[in-house]
Ligand binder design. Sequence first.
Ligand code: CP3
Length: 358
Amino acid sequence: MPNSDTSTASVSTGPGNRRDSDLVRAARRQPVSRTPVWFMRQAGRSLPEYRAVREGIPMLESCTRPELVTEITLQPVRRHGVDAAIFFSDIVVPLKAIGVDLDIVAGVGPVVARPIRHRRDLDQLVELTPDHVPYITAAVRQLVAELGPTPLIGFAGAPFTLASYLVEGGPSKNHEHTKAMMYGDPELWEALCARLAQISGAFLRVQAEAGASAVQLFDSWVGALSRADYVRHVQRHSAAALAAVSDLDVPRIHFGVGTGELLRLMGEAGADVVGVDFRVSLADAVERLGPGYAVQGNLDPALLFAPWEAIERRVREIVEEGWQAPGHIFNLGHGVPPNVDPDVLTRVTALVHEVSTR
Ligand code: CP3
């Protein structure tokens, strides 16, 4: 399908070439025809069409059905006209695939039957190979065929965030058991994170090899750490996960929540793009990161519930600030809230495109 955007005369966007899409170009700090936009958790409960197709199918089972994964991934692309699809799956899918006894409980999140607290518990974590996740390869291939020129973003959870679910046994506010292991038994922590880095990296690689145009490493909860602890206990493991796709032609996005102090370190772990939550302005993020990175973000998801005038003002500011970065991908500062009015996301997408068209 030819690239229908005619406003790109000065930009050599080849017809239907995803590598020349605005999303990939922004990630690579190349000129774009307009600021690309997508939303973390754009597929999901905010969409009635999602709730309809998921009816009666448990979350983790839905992730193993390529037809359903394809449909759900495409829903927000069709509805909002966003510049990228995010693969419909979950950060715990590769753990489930290698046999970890866990489930995703609605309204709670991932819950692990046998939390990892001792060395013997590591036996649950075997090496992930593509054979563990044939349904991921199948779904990515099908999606890439159906998406045409729209790029697909693959993703994985980063070692710290995965470790938190595995060690706590479920979602946690303060990550007490996780930190107790990190500080109290650094050797066990090291062994755990090394295994998780392999799993996370292999999961990214499966998606990139099947045709994803970019990947995002979600370290949602790593903002709970100081810079020193991030360097000492986490950074090299996230770097190892990202390095698993460094020989493939896919830009890498690295995102966390509350990571204002860690932005530079997260970039140095091997990212092309650093995700910024709403607590730090893009202008500050650019200053902290230096010229070597594109940024992604950072509309506060709570603002989606404000009157349109307030949203519009902030969207315009973020687009302006994004121009100070060597590359900018518009997104929220965290995921789409399930109870948001999806029409607001459609309007935000159109507004970003309108005000950023060069
Ligand atoms: O649209 C997309 O972003 C693609 C799909 C996606 C999901 N999970 C689907 C999902 C992605 C990228 C994720 C990543 C994920 N999963 C993260 C990192 C992103 C973030 O939010 O920080 C984390 C921490 C998880 C763990 C997890 N899985 C949580 C906290 C939850 C929510 C539990 C709840 O019900 O509130 C899940 C379940 C989940 N993952 C849902 C979806 C659409 C909801 C399940 C449902 O619809 O029944």
